[in-house]
Design a protein around this ligand. Sequence first.
Ligand code: ATP
Length: 442
Amino acid sequence: MSDDSPQNDSDLFDKVVNLSKRRGFVFQSAEIYGGFRSAYDYGPIGVLLLRNVKDAWWRTMVQHRHDVVGLDASILSPPPVWEASGHLQNFTDPLVDCRSCGSRHREDHLDDPDTCPTCGEEGTLTEARQFNLMFQTHAGPVADSAAEVYLRPETAQGMFVNFANVLNTSRKKPPFGIAQIGKSFRNEITPGGFVFRTREFEQMELEFFVPPEESEEWYRYWCQERLNWYVGLGISESMLRLRPHDADELSHYSSGTSDVEFLFPWGWGELEGIANRGDYDLTQHAQHSGERLDYFDQERNERYVPHVIEPAAGATRSMMAFLMAAYDEEEVNEDTRVVLRLHPDLAPYKIAVLPLSKKETLTPLAQSIFDELKTRWMTDYDQTQAIGRRYRRQDELGTPYCVTVDFDSLDDDAVTIRERDSMEQVRIPVSGLIDWFREHLD
Ligand code: ATP
């Protein structure tokens, strides 16, 4: 596979979308009413996977660091925030309409700017109009302009407007960061690619405030750290790349931006942008709010506006990348086994307890094993169908280990652990299960 050719399994996209629906990862929103293309619902398995992606990010970015604190800011925010950030003026995409078929497109996503990608007609596209992506609504009962509010299109501004609050309460000083995970909303012109581009999605963002002279060094640090995060969670390096933006792609305030990109079935696509934003954000908010948003360095007896390095990732989009990277098929006994080779930290269930038969003799032991495991790890319990079909189901959910309780278990007080990737089985005494899983999962 060459460096920028799409993944060679051209059906991968459809397979992952089908699996997602079949196994309860992701459902189309409002499906019983014909579906709503711009949003998706995360089902019983998807909610676990998405939560694990966010937890993995939070552990790496907040829990494991002494220099980052968390925040959960509001989604609704008043116009001055977006005036200061530049979103009211600049958060736009160029929109073109096809005069022939009426379809709408983002001009900067067209392969050929003269041809409509829907009907294929040439010369039918209108001039581009700048379309603001922010969702506007009204707070309170009167829908007049005084009540205008916006749904945030990114979580980042919550960190900037709370910079002084966090600085004054957290005893942190630059270099330090504020991290947030939460929903963002963009009125995308062309949502699509499953959960790749939706109008409601989740982001995981860090604003890292540094002394100006250290910004370049921290920018390089975060680019590498963020790439490593995806590799550490099981995406192979050949499916990832760090792509520095060309000068003409950079926002006017950014002195450097790199995207972490993943090789989706249709080619490289952004998972995360890491930007060196200079002092733009704090300066803008200080000017517009009249508040002081800087830092007084007592040791150096110097006041300065920290520069910001921003790693901004999509939680829902990276969840999709983790699914695509983990999807695998192999021939087993003349049958195709579908298996999600998810990293155990991301796997929705870590363990499934499977009594070999529904017979009541096995239930008490199986149930007591489940009760013990469930307090430490997300564990499934399933006693329906033949054991082979239950293994296949757990393979499709990405469950790393199945514990099978059989009739011998009643005599030897031991159970069989089956490993997802190798399908190898080991017999373990029930009393040693917790230690065994501690060693293999924690
Ligand atoms: P794109 O160029 O794909 O529109 P962007 O450069 O505007 O993305 P950022 O503003 O840098 O994206 O947002 C950070 C991250 O948030 C993106 O890398 C992506 O993972 C995620 N993200 C942005 N827009 C969407 C969306 N509409 N649906 C799902 N995830 C999104």
